[in-house]
Design a protein around this ligand. Structure first.
Ligand code: AMP
Ligand code: GLY
Length: 426
């Protein structure tokens, strides 16, 4: 098989390296990919959001299977367009991807089908939100833009002034465009967060091993929200009891709910969960593999990923036994100085040979090859990933490599996995 992966980041690199392990795969292509990905896949200069361009590329290279990884093309209907042309695909249709594409849709779905989540109200007028926030006067408040916003559409203001400023930016200044036409205001929940990615063919749901993201830019969960500064798997808060409760009250009901709505979901459904004192609740759904969760989940997958993708296509996932490695996995993101705000590009990276380093897996999120040198080309640059018999061992390997990989002003968190280590001790 020739497999085409659509996307450009660390998640796509992790998918590509796993797909390459399959006996069924002869070659992997990627669009647009990045410098580091080009060591593993033939990269084509077609944007991940260019539906016509990707369909044309799939035809040109005669792809046997197309994996669409990012949210925007899924929500915009890239899988629908590829399916129409007869391509086998991995990823939900646009009708199903709305579970991430609209917070209002996902909150209404959870309410209708009794799936545990934070209480909420939907607004389409800026003045009404402000009146409501003033009357309620409970902070922190949680305010979410309805549509996709590059992972930045959630604000958690501590004061009324901050809340009003945030709502105005979303609804009046339209910093996220039409995504801010509606907003959801929801109850502030507390508790540890767990990410669970799950394979589903719309009939059955098979959760993958759990993980924990570290979203803030600085140690101690301080600083701005980012796309994710590091991940560990497993997540110790995701105990067997919690997993059982999630399966019964969240995972299966969500799959059934999407079927009842005529929006059967096939692909990877991401459950962003909070383990509250009242039990696990859904913070968000994503219609795709998480980034950088995928980077710590897929290295633990023992089953051929193409068998899973084929089973989802054929709706025979229930017949497949998916196996996981017991090892722990950790990913430390090395980012450009300044990220998640502005940052320079084109800085030389040293400490890697052909994009890799012995003892770890280096997933490339934002790199390019210029004049035969590997250089930075994005905010998140590299995900330094390691497997270990314990979480401590995996972390040691990740950080030992991070210390040897250099680029000017590289920024990384030094406390990835510390919360998970403490949870284990308690
Ligand atoms: P999201 O982009 O939806 O993942 O939200 C970003 C982050 O905001 C989440 O990872 C949580 O830490 C936080 N968050 C979202 N919703 C809530 C909520 N209802 N209560 C507390 N924290 C929340
Ligand atoms: N790591 C969170 C996400 O992929 O949205």
């Amino acid at each position: 098989m020739k497999v085409l992966v659509v996307g450009a980041g660390g998640r796509e690199h992790a998918l590509i390296r796993k797909i390459k392990e399959s006996d069924k795969v002869d070659s992997v292509a990627c669009c647009p990919g990045n410098g580091g990905i080009s060591y593993d896949a033939q990269c084509y200069d077609v944007s991940a959001t260019d539906i016509d361009g990707v369909v044309a590329l799939a035809k040109e290279i005669k792809a046997d299977f197309v994996v669409v990884a990012p949210d925007d093309p899924l929500v915009a209907g890239m899988v629908d367009a590829l399916n129409k042309e007869g391509f086998k695909t991995f990823g939900p249709t646009s009708a199903a991807a709305i579970i991430e594409g609209s917070k209002v849709f996902s909150k209404d779905l959870m309410l209708k089908y009794n799936i545990p989540t934070a209480e909420y109200k939907v607004f389409d007028k800026c003045d009404d939100v402000i009146t409501y926030l003033k009357e309620k006067n409970e902070f922190p408040a949680v305010i979410k833009a309805d549509g996709l916003a590059l992972g930045k559409g959630v604000i958690i203001p501590e004061t009324l002034d901050e809340a009003i400023a945030g709502v105005k930016e979303i609804m009046e200044d339209k910093i996220f465009g039409a995504s801010g036409n509606n907003v959801v205001v929801e109850e502030f929940l507390t508790g540890p967060e767990v990410s669970v990615l799950a394979f589903t063919d719309g009939k059955c749901v098979k959760p993958m091993v759990s993980s924990m993201d570290h979203k803030r830019a600085l140690d101690g969960d301080k600083g701005l929200n980012t796309g994710g500064m590091g991940t560990v798997s497993p997540n110790p808060y995701y105990t067997e009891d919690v997993a059982k409760e999630c399966m019964e009250k969240i995972f299966v009901p969500t799959i059934n709910a999407m079927n009842s709505e005529g929006r059967t979901f096939k692909g990877c459904l991401y459950f962003g969960l909070m383990i509250t004192p009242k039990g696990p609740k859904v913070i968000e759904y994503n219609c795709r593999f998480g980034d950088p969760e995928t980077q710590v989940v897929l290295p633990r997958l023992k089953t051929d990923i193409m068998d899973i993708f084929e089973a989802i296509n054929n709706e025979t996932l229930d017949e497949l036994d998916i196996e996981w490695d017991d090892k722990a996995c950790t990913c430390v993101i090395m980012a450009s100085g300044g990220y998640p705000k502005s940052y320079p590009k084109g800085i030389e990276i040293t400490g890697l040979e052909n994009g890799q380093r012995e003892g770890v897996i280096v997933y490339h999120a934002g790199t390019a090859i210029q004049d035969n040198k590997l250089v930075t080309a994005g905010g998140r640059v590299l995900g330094i990933t390691a497997l270990g018999n314990t979480l401590e061992e995996a972390l040691e390997k990740s950080y030992a490599a991070v210390n040897e990989i250099k680029f000017d002003n590289a920024h990384y968190r030094k406390d990835i996995g510390q919360k998970a280590l403490k949870a284990k001790i308690c």
